[in-house]
Design a protein around this ligand. Sequence first.
Ligand SMILES: Cc1cc2nc3c(=O)[nH]c(=O)nc-3n(C[C@H](O)[C@H](O)[C@H](O)COP(=O)(O)OP(=O)(O)OC[C@H]3O[C@@H](n4cnc5c(N)ncnc54)[C@H](O)[C@@H]3O)c2cc1C
Length: 425
Amino acid sequence: MSASISAHSYYQASTNRVFEGQSLRSDVKADVCIVGAGYTGLSAALELAKAGLKVAVLEAQTVGFGASGRNGGQICTGFSPGQGPLEAQLGKADAKRAFDMAEESKTLIESRIADHKINCDLTWGYLHCVLKPHLVHHLEEWAADYEALGYGGNTLLNKAELEAKVGTKIYHGALREARAGHLHPLNYCLGLADAAQKAGAVIYENAEVTQVETGATPSAQTAHGKVTAKFMILAGNAYLGRMVKPLYGRIMPVGSYILATEPLGESRAQSLIRDNEAVANTNFIIDYFRRSADNRMLFGGRASYSTLEPSNLAEYMRPRMTAVYPQLKDVKIDYAWGGYIAITSNRVPDCGRLSPTTYYAHGYSGQGVALAGLYGKLMAEAIRGQAERFDLFAKVKHLPFPGGALRTPLLVAAMMYYRIRDALA
Ligand SMILES: Cc1cc2nc3c(=O)[nH]c(=O)nc-3n(C[C@H](O)[C@H](O)[C@H](O)COP(=O)(O)OP(=O)(O)OC[C@H]3O[C@@H](n4cnc5c(N)ncnc54)[C@H](O)[C@@H]3O)c2cc1C
């Protein structure tokens, strides 16, 4: 995967600490070799190193270079498509177990932040807002579905209540979740790396893997050395590209972009999102936004199935923000960046084994801030001999995306379809 989408972000400009990785200069032996230092790889590394295994993480660039260091920071509930595809494939009881594990992924974030003193602005509270009056009943159904899953603490807000909270008139109501929220994604990722390193994992940066062997003794080759291990975890997500052919067609990279305004000052920022919740609309191609700790507006949108970056990202994103907040039309945009979200065909994450020694997990379909940490942990459990929870998710089947020349045009067409569907909804 080309790394062409801009990496310089507000997050990079506001890291509270620079994480120093190692350089790989010779061949290394480990119990587990992990490719990719985002949430998935680092979560697995932390668990495995804590259990006393020798772990080597290989990161092509720097820790958090991929989606984990660029995302909207929104901690979401459950799975991107809801429970439907899971219930259809696993049955209601196992789909409920899957939902409970997704809930566990939030507790995992919380406990890791507390245990490892990760300074990443964790804030709870999430508003899902509807753009049309007739969509309000979807929110009621959504709340009832959550209630049936035993997931409480959600409130329905009418238009007036929502307006008082979000300083815009474009929405007609919202579902407020108490147990979803937001954080500084790169600082959280660096904190995980720090914790994994302190637990004994060795994290090599600027160590791009160019070839993997997935047999009885798996190995990963880089330009400056090879890591040979008993187990391997492939955690490159959308950024793995074509390097591991059997994984390539299982996910599709979707470009998503975020802008950060100049600091707005506390009272102006409060006039936009009074209670500092994460906010999103309910469109398929969603807008997601929140305040930063220094009172900027961070406004993101899922924008493109094409891997071509829009030429002026800040101005490309500005109209999305001003459609919600016309009062921000003149603010300065300090940063704009993008990254690749990996989606699967049914929007449920994809995980499994390429061989008895080689595990993978990817395709969180826009919900990886919480889920990637969980899947990393489940792979660590499986490698340590407790595969039952991992295998529940590994049972979920996904249709591959088309390859070859049809791959991108078909998805661009799909994108048009969803744009029209959102407009007509
Ligand atoms: C703009 C954007 C906004 C998003 N917003 C949200 C959100 O608000 N909430 C949410 O829940 N999710 C969101 N996501 C998705 C979320 O960020 C991801 O699901 C999650 O970070 C995936 O973590 P990961 O560790 O699997 O992959 P990544 O974080 O992408 O990490 C993969 C790593 O592997 C490395 N790598 C790849 N190939 C190789 C190789 N050959 N050799 C060595 N290293 C390699 C890459 O450099 C990269 O650092 C967003 C994503 C983007 C891009």
